[in-house]
Design a protein around this ligand. Structure first.
Ligand SMILES: Cc1ncc(COP(=O)(O)O)c(C=O)c1O
Length: 365
């Protein structure tokens, strides 16, 4: 069978194709072989896709604006290999907790390239950020001002800050994902912003980068973009093994993962696609519900997906799982979290190993 690159929806990573054996290939690696070698469920990342998206952001901004930076919103895929690849492509990084800060540092990012976000930063997190010398702390509330001022005074530090302003624009999205409306737990309202900016100069003798953010756009204005999903989502697919196929009112195709590796359908009603890895071009002749293995009726990964004769043992692929998949993974029902596998030019390497049963009890005393 001739290999093809043209049949896939844009949601698959760049370079995805059907190989000579008629199987799906990600980053040059045969999905069935990956499942055999690394087990399922598994997050499979096409490294070149990740790099290409990072480069596209940088090149697009560089062509339009002199002073800019692209920040990887690392909440979307907080794993050291991803931080490292995106840093190699020249990106800075947004961290939203002490944990993400630690991961970014462990990945080797320069602290000056880090921006600490968070609507409920603790004193410990603020001190951790000051101690490591992060480039910017993003103030999100008047409480942040007080705490940071105190911490700066105690540690005898100065800190560059930004302030987060919610622009009073509601996103056309699920309400659980909308952050820009006035009634939000994030940031200052437009009305509060001038006071917040004044307080920065009163309270903290720091560079008021935030003021520049509010100035009319000009060549001297620094422009920061902070993409999460747009950078990492499409780089990754999840491989599952079909465990059971049950036909009642619907056809229930149940796999060996679910809401422990992809919480988004349950949290936000996110819609996914899927196909069977060893016959991606076969007629998808049966409408199915792709169900997870967890003890919740709501644990359905795809509510309506057409699959080609789904059978136990099949490897099902769901694309666009790079954002908030690994990030939101959990151990519900004692299911170990999946590995992250990077694929490039036909070589695969594990960058996060699968959790073991011992890991599950690892914190129990
Ligand atoms: C401050 C901030 N920046 C960036 C992001 C990334 O959002 P997305 O993954 O939708 O690009 C988020 C998402 O929660 C955020 O809160």
């Amino acid at each position: 069978m001739p290999a093809t690159t043209t049949t896939f929806s844009h949601v698959y990573p760049q370079g995805t194709r059907v190989n000579e054996r008629g199987r799906l290939e990600i980053g040059g690696c045969d999905a069935i072989e990956l499942a055999r070698e690394f087990g399922t469920p598994a997050y499979v990342v096409a490294e070149d896709d990740l790099r290409a998206r990072a480069r596209a952001f940088v090149e697009t901004l560089a062509a339009r604006h002199a002073d800019y930076d692209v920040l990887f919103a690392s909440k979307a895929f907080p794993c050291t290999a991803v931080y490292r690849v995106l840093a190699e492509e020249g990106l800075s990084c947004d961290v939203a907790s002490g944990g993400e800060l630690a991961l970014a540092l462990k990945a080797g990012l320069h602290p000056r390239r880090l921006y600490l976000h968070g609507n409920a930063k603790s004193e410990t997190e603020l001190r951790q950020a000051l101690d490591t010398g992060v480039g910017h702390i993003v103030l999100d509330s008047f409480d942040d001002f007080e705490r940071l001022e105190r911490a700066c005074a105690e540690l005898d530090r100065r800190q560059e800050v930004l302030i987060r302003v919610t622009p009073d624009v509601a996103g056309d999205t699920h309400q659980a994902m909308s952050t820009g409306q006035a009634d939000s737990k994030f940031g200052f309202t437009m009305d509060q912003a001038p006071t917040a900016i004044e307080e920065i100069s009163e309270y903290i003798d720091a560079v008021v980068s935030a003021a520049h953010e509010l100035l009319p756009r000009g060549p001297e204005t620094r422009l920061l973009l902070e993409p999460g999903r747009a950078l990492v989502a499409n780089s990754t697919v999840t491989l599952y093994t079909v465990e059971t196929v049950k036909r009642n009112v619907s056809t229930w195709v149940a796999v060996d993962g679910g809401m422990s590796d992809n919480l988004r359908p349950m949290l936000y009603g996110s819609v996914y696609e899927g196909l069977i890895a060893d016959r991606p071009l076969a007629a998808a002749n049966e409408r199915c519900r792709l169900a997870g293995k967890h003890c919740e009726s709501g644990d359905v990964i795809i509510r309506d997906v057409a699959l080609a004769d789904p059978t136990p043992g099949d490897i099902v692929v769901t694309p666009v799982t790079g954002a908030y998949g690994h990030a939101l993974a959990n151990n519900y029902n004692g299911v170990p979290r999946p590995p992250v596998i990077f694929c490039r030019d036909g070589s695969a390497r594990v960058v996060v190993r699968r959790e073991t049963l011992d890991d599950l009890a690892g914190r129990d005393l």
